[in-house]
Design a protein around this ligand. Structure first.
Ligand code: GTP
Ligand code: MG
Length: 385
């Protein structure tokens, strides 16, 4: 469960269609080890020792099962992990040791916070969190000094086995106290988001989805496309999933219900598992994949492959599936529109590289893409009744 105070201008996201396999063991990279890693947005995982930072990173991005995290060793130096799941989902995650000290001379704040898109601060809700809140305040102060564009995301973590009432109470308390601490320090304009998370259910995937979405400059375009696609196809809700991590990178503007999200995640698991039984690994999931599950409450889950790494999962009423032709036709328009967004993006990015422009120009480009699609692209996605 999570909520945000407002929307922030998105940071820039370098794109190419390339894909590199990720390392199951959690790649430990030297700085600058990969050519473009310095330009990738960075997500920092910070918090007290044993708060669950490494577990989160392993469960969400490396398919570690929650129970296995019991055997994780304490992190002793910054572990940098490149995530290149799809052209939308590309960033670095830096997992910090809990005992890191900002005031140590070797701690290079400029380097660490400079290229940071989001700072995820993990607080163990099962533990006394006074010290964590002090550390959080110091972290924000330090980070904000260097980079005012960082999005601060607080994960109130390990909420499994805690009653809903005490979850809400912890969230209220942590929100209140951290906001008070920051306004006392003269920083009341800082944007904080709070998420209740656990690696033992889908909440951690949902929270990470929200974090990643804010770093995707094309998000408004993707949401727009979904908002047009859905009513025209008789669909109630749709998620655009990054198949590898099961985080959703966009959804239409209707509210997200946790149970629906879980159903969609489970569907992806089923489809991937079945595909790998019946086909070779290379072709397990490709642009021809689609899948349909009928639930016993007149609801249908319909999955369509967008490309090798993205899938659209739709929830709709059974009777609306009579018009499958319309849905499939609209889906193809939707898919074409997405690839157009990327072509535009790539073209623009090449231009920027040649001209050496900076990030702010990329924000203008967002407007350009959005305008382009409102005007043309998806308008073809009308049902053919
Ligand atoms: N109950 C519960 N335990 C969790 C959860 N997430 C992590 N843990 C446990 O918390 C312990 C510490 O997890 P780590 O991921 O090593 O914590 P860390 O923040 O990386 O710790 P340092 O590297 O020492 O800073 C492990 O035993 C995990 O199994 C959760 O959501 N719920
Ligand atoms: Mg760790």
């Amino acid at each position: 469960m999570s909520y945000d105070d407002d929307d922030y201008p998105a940071d820039t996201f370098p794109k190419d269609f390339g894909y590199r396999a990720y390392n199951q063991d959690g790649l430990e990279l030297e700085p600058n080890a990969t050519g473009n890693s310095e330009t990738k947005p960075r997500i920092l995982l910070m918090g007290m020792r044993r708060s669950g930072k490494s577990s989160i990173q392993k469960v969400v991005f490396h398919k570690m099962s929650p129970n296995e995290t019991l055997f994780l060793e304490s992190t002793s130096k910054i572990v940098k992990d490149d995530i290149n799941n799809s052209s939308f989902v590309q960033f670095q995650i830096w997992d910090f040791p809990g005992q890191i000290d900002f005031f140590e001379p070797t701690f290079d704040s400029d380097m660490i916070f400079g290229g940071c898109g989001a700072l995820v601060f993990v607080i163990d809700a099962k533990d006394d969190y006074n010290e964590a809140l002090t550390k959080f305040k110091n972290t924000v102060l330090q980070a904000y000094k260097v980079n005012q564009r960082i999005k601060f995301e607080v994960f109130i973590h390990k909420v499994d086995g805690i009653s809903d009432d005490s979850k809400m109470e912890s969230q209220r308390d942590i929100h209140q106290r951290s906001s008070d601490d920051l306004s006392e320090a003269g920083l009341n304009q800082i944007h904080l988001s709070f998420h209740l998370t656990s690696i033992y259910d889908h909440s951690i995937f949902e929270a990470f989805s929200k974090v990643v979405q804010k770093l995707i400059p094309q998000l408004p375009t993707l949401e727009n496309l979904l908002n047009i696609f859905i009513p025209n196809s008789g669909i109630e809700k749709a998620f655009l999933f990054d198949v590898v991590s099961k985080i959703y990178i966009a959804t239409d503007s209707s509210p997200v219900d946790m149970q629906t999200y879980e159903l969609c995640c489970d569907m992806i698991d089923v489809v991937i598992d079945l595909s790998s039984i019946y086909s070779s690994e290379e072709t397990a999931f490709d642009s021809g994949s689609s899948s349909l599950i009928k639930l016993n409450n007149n609801t249908i889950l319909y999955l369509r492959e967008v490309n090798k790494f993205l899938a659209l999962v739709c929830i709709l009423r059974e009777e609306n599936f009579n018009r499958q032709g319309v849905i499939d036709y609209n889906f193809i328009c939707f898919r074409d529109a997405i690839s157009e967004v990327f072509e535009l993006r790539l073209k623009r990015q090449k231009q920027l590289e040649n001209n050496g422009q900076d990030d702010d120009d990329l924000l203008d480009e967002q407007a350009l893409i959005r305008h382009g699609h409102d005007a043309g692209g998806i308008s073809r996605a009308q049902p053919i009744n």
